[in-house]
Design a protein around this ligand. Structure first.
Ligand code: SN0
Ligand code: CP
Length: 318
């Protein structure tokens, strides 16, 4: 594997899941693979789970790790070409990227959507500059339109907990005080559509995601109807994508906050969320603390998805 940015990069999902379960049984099985290899993790945005689980995954494989928070300590970076750099940004990304590539063997990048220009975001301008100019294999630690390490961990978790071969999985929008990226919902939809699960997306009108990610999923504007008989509930907020509303908050309707009321019409569904989660906006305390909440095992599986991905990128170096 030369990059990991989307579901297609992991190849056959059944094999990927088998590899994840194999590594989960012995996460140090490939500890020699990363000897004298260095992972560089570059964050343009905050992180807890991705930062810790990916570093742990690198250690599982015997790698050295360097972490750079671009906005803390490094020079402020200009990312646009053609800009006269007479402002507060001393360095251009197009120099910084190949320089960073000199010091490592594999690069992970976190760079969220900026909501200033939908094309800039949806062309994955920042991530693709790392892929084009670093000279190293690059993987996404959440970029503008996807979060594949999270989605892979979500799939592993559903495979561990599902009680039927083809569970009903429902992704629901929920309210939030800030406009959040579409990366997590886009990516979850992309991975769910790559399985044979029954997949439903529910959100208020106006929150339609990019059709390239919605695919053949059923979109249901009635949340209670969507929840009927569900085996897994995946909650997430996202800002509007469509038209002139890109990056906007259209609703903060807390009737969409996941509570016992909605969970009561499911098939005793498991509750999932990528975290961090705004309690009593996205989900009530009772639901996220219930026996059906699997958000912690879901977060734990981030170490497994990252170990599989780094293992394949290291194998691709040979
Ligand atoms: C893994 C999720 C990362 C990010 N989440 C946030 O930015 C939450 C920030 C907040 O709740 O203020 C998102 O929604 O894409
Ligand atoms: N789910 C996830 O990626 O969490 P962080 O933003 O804390 O890394």
């Amino acid at each position: 594997m030369k990059k990991f940015t989307c579901v297609q990069d992991i190849g056959n999902l059944k094999s990927a899941i088998e590899e994840a379960f194999e590594i989960k049984k012995d996460r140090f099985k490939y500890v020699e693979l990363g000897k004298n290899k260095t992972l560089m993790m570059i964050f343009f945005n905050s992180s807890l789970r991705t930062r810790l689980s990916t570093q742990k995954a690198a250690l599982n494989l015997g790698m050295n790790v360097m972490v750079l928070d671009i906005n803390q300590g490094a020079w402020k970076l200009e990312t646009e070409r053609g800009v006269i750099m007479d402002g507060d940004k001393p360095e251009h990304l197009l120099e910084a990227i190949p320089v960073m590539g000199c010091y490592c063997d594999v690069i992970g990048v976190r760079s969220f959507a900026r909501f200033e220009d939908r094309d800039f975001d949806y062309q994955e301008t920042i991530l693709n500059q790392f892929i084009q100019y670093s000279g190293r294999p690059v993987f996404s630690m959440e970029a503008a339109t996807r979060h594949p390490l999270q989605s892979f961990a979500d799939l592993i978790t559903i495979e561990e907990y599902k009680k039927t071969a083809r569970p009903k999985v429902v992704m629901t929008w929920a309210p939030h005080p800030r406009p959040l990226p579409q990366a997590v919902p886009n990516s979850f939809a992309e991975w769910m559509n790559a399985t044979d699960y029954e997949f439903v997306i529910t959100h208020p009108e106006g929150y339609e995601l990019d059709p390239q990610f919605v695919g053949n999923a059923k979109v249901e504007y009635d949340q209670m109807k969507a929840f009927e008989g569900a085996d897994f509930i995946y909650a997430k907020n996202w800002a509007a994508y469509a038209g002139d509303n890109y990056g906007q908050i259209l609703s903060k309707d807390r009737d969409w906050t996941v509570s016992d009321r909605q969970m009561a019409v499911t098939n005793n569904a498991y509750f999932m969320h990528c975290l961090p989660v705004r309690r009593n906006m996205i989900v009530t305390d009772d639901v996220i603390e219930s026996p059906q909440s699997i958000v912690i095992p879901e977060a734990a599986n981030r170490e497994i998805s990252a170990t599989v991905v780094l293992k394949r990128l290291l194998e691709g170096l040979k």
